[in-house]
Design a protein around this ligand. Structure first.
Ligand SMILES: C[S@@+](CC[C@H](N)C(=O)[O-])C[C@H]1O[C@@H](n2cnc3c(N)ncnc32)[C@H](O)[C@@H]1O
Length: 186
């Protein structure tokens, strides 16, 4: 299917699938990490001084809390939240800050980013309930790999099949049912 056609169906589907879902995965990640020193320290190692891209970041309230956590507590240098269903109002306020929001489909945004330029995170997005197009998902993983710095990580919660990233060169280094935040290392 042509890429533009994908986007059309995907954006429609994403909207349908995301309707009424309040943004809570990233809140869950913050809560877990606040109480779990080892994974928090591990994340900090890779996040410190890096630009973060949060694909499917959701709406401002919880995205902002996540952005502040990544910057203030894990030392990220900046945060960019990407979501095609974001409110216009959420985007404009942050032009001068370390926090920025882009109203765009995840793949469309990642395709514009340079190689090895950012640490990517995704909470509650890389699963069939939200994105069911297999080809799209594979392309997304390829792009995540390309943009992840050498020896860098990709991390997130509620990822359907973290092992499927191995095909692209990622190694699963942290995460389990009791700790539903997966960290994958390039
Ligand atoms: C379950 S919510 C998770 C939101 C947030 N990350 C959190 O942790 O709570 C799924 C999000 O994926 C977004 N989404 C759906 N399709 C998308 C796409 N193609 N690209 C980027 N985000 C998308 C939705 O707008 C929604 O905000």
């Amino acid at each position: 299917m042509a890429y533009s056609k994908y986007l059309e169906t995907l954006v429609k589907e994403g909207l349908e699938n995301s309707k009424g879902i309040s943004t809570l995965y990233s809140k869950g990640v913050i809560n877990i990490l606040k109480n779990a020193k080892e994974p928090r320290d591990k994340l900090m190692e890779y996040v410190k001084g890096r630009k973060i891209i949060d694909i499917g970041c959701g709406m401002k309230n919880s995205a902002e809390e996540y952005a502040l956590f990544l910057i203030n507590e894990l030392g990220a240098s900046s945060y960019c939240g990407v979501d095609p269903f974001m409110d216009k109002e959420d985007i404009s306020k942050h032009a001068e800050s370390k926090i920025k929001y882009v109203k765009k489909d995840a793949l469309a945004y990642l395709l514009e980013q340079p190689d090895e330029s950012a640490v990517i995170t995704a909470n509650g997005v890389l699963n069939e309930e939200i994105i069911s197009h297999k080809e799209y998902m594979e392309k997304l993983k390829e792009e995540i790999y390309r943009i992840t710095p050498k020896n860098g990580i990709f991390f997130g919660a509620h990822i359907d099949n973290p092992k499927s990233f191995e095909k692209y060169g990622f190694k699963h280094i942290l995460g389990s049912n009791s700790l539903p935040i997966n960290i994958l290392k390039k």
